[in-house]
Design a protein around this ligand. Structure first.
Ligand SMILES: CC(C)(COP(=O)(O)OP(=O)(O)OC[C@H]1O[C@@H](n2cnc3c(N)ncnc32)[C@H](O)[C@@H]1OP(=O)(O)O)[C@@H](O)C(=O)NCCC(=O)NCCS
Length: 329
């Protein structure tokens, strides 16, 4: 029986040129390539240069996704940009991207759900498409997290990085292809686990707020780690159950690339063999809401996803938030 589904027609990504290795970080803080690689799986990451903006990488990723989807920008109905690092608070970066792409018909908004942003955006796009409201939706995950890093804090500066990924979703009558199930969750009682306290209306930007470092990302890494493993496992099981699929039937797991050890722990709890888990954290670091669409685009361009494959996405991040999606390719 055919039904209206949100099918991923194109993927794209864009990373800054500049590479910062763990050895470069050894010169900034007391750390080592060996510590970072063993504790996180990261060996190098991409970092935007001064003057480079989130929107420029988001636009480039979107152009690539639109090209692959063979969809003109003017046919896009909605743009959702998942980000916690917009070009500026007003207007939304999604509107800036809409104009640069020439997506003149599209409604556009930013979505803030920390590192889970892409799974949240996919879930929203899926609702709009299945309801028949919109046909073509551009979902972007894009971040320049390094602009908010305290390069003297070894607990955060080794983790976060920059980049953008995008997917074009189109509503089609299919026999099961497309987004099969999504789930998104939040628990604000642990809002203080990952924060960037300055620059909002609680702590408006002042010389004092900058002096006291309120515009830097802070994280309770160890506490976050444990919750991330448990929550990602649970939300994966939730979407698998909703889709009526077992973990063994998943062909490719594309998790948020926050920490190699989190991914390995989730993979082994789900009984997923390592060859089914896509990893690029070694080269990209944690790009927050951009990490899944970047990893997916890499996997797609390496022909690691085939028609009919079941692809699982899952993420966890600031909020706290977590989410997952199962897609039949
Ligand atoms: C940040 C993270 C890598 C730290 O790893 P960890 O194994 O939890 O390490 P801990 O925080 O327990 O610290 C262990 C020790 O290493 C030290 N350490 C921390 N960062 C270090 C670094 N870059 N280099 C060397 N030593 C470091 C700590 O000071 C601590 O030293 P102590 O034992 O003398 O106090 C890890 O907790 C993590 O990835 N957390 C989750 C991140 C995440 O998923 N965020 C949400 C999604 S974005």
């Amino acid at each position: 029986m055919s039904r209206l589904s949100a099918v991923i027609r194109g993927t794209g990504s864009s990373l800054p040129e500049k590479v910062v290795t763990n050895f470069d970080l050894e010169k900034l803080v007391e750390t080592s390539d060996e510590w970072i690689a063993t504790r996180t799986g990261i060996r190098e990451r991409r970092v935007a240069r001064e003057g480079e903006t989130m929107s420029q990488f988001a636009v480039q990723a979107s152009v690539r996704a639109l090209e692959m989807a063979n969809t003109p920008a003017a046919a896009i109905d909605l743009i959702i940009c998942a980000t916690v690092t917009p070009d500026m608070p007003i207007p939304s970066t999604a509107c800036i991207i809409q104009h640069r792409l020439g997506a003149t018909r599209a409604a556009a908004f930013d979505l803030s759900a920390g590192c889970s942003g892409f799974t949240y955006a996919l879930s929203i796009a899926d609702q709009f498409i299945r309801s028949g409201t919109y046909r073509n939706v551009l979902v972007i995950g894009a971040e320049l997290l390094t602009k908010y890093l305290d390069w003297s804090d070894r607990t955060t500066c080794i983790l976060f990085a920059d980049g953008a990924g995008a997917v074009v979703l189109t509503g089609e009558e299919t026999d099961g292809r497309g987004i099969v199930a999504t789930a998104i969750h939040a628990d604000g009682s642990m809002a203080d686990y990952i924060t960037l306290p300055g620059g909002g209306t609680l702590h408006p930007p002042t010389a004092e707020s900058v002096r006291s470092g309120l515009h830097f990302i802070r994280m309770k890494g160890n506490e976050t780690f444990k919750l991330a493993v448990r929550s990602i496992e649970e939300v994966c099981r939730e979407v698998l159950a909703a889709a009526g699929v077992t973990a063994a039937e998943v062909d490719l797991f594309v998790p948020h690339q926050a920490n190699r050890r989190i991914i390995d722990a989730v993979g082994s709890r789900l009984g997923m063999p390592p060859e089914k888990v896509y990893l690029n954290i070694e080269r990209t670091g944690n790009t927050s809401s951009a990490s899944i669409p970047i990893a997916l685009d890499e996997a797609n361009r390496k022909n690691l996803v085939h028609p009919g494959d079941r692809v699982l996405f899952a993420a966890f991040g600031a909020g706290l938030t977590w989410g997952a999606a199962l897609v039949r390719w």
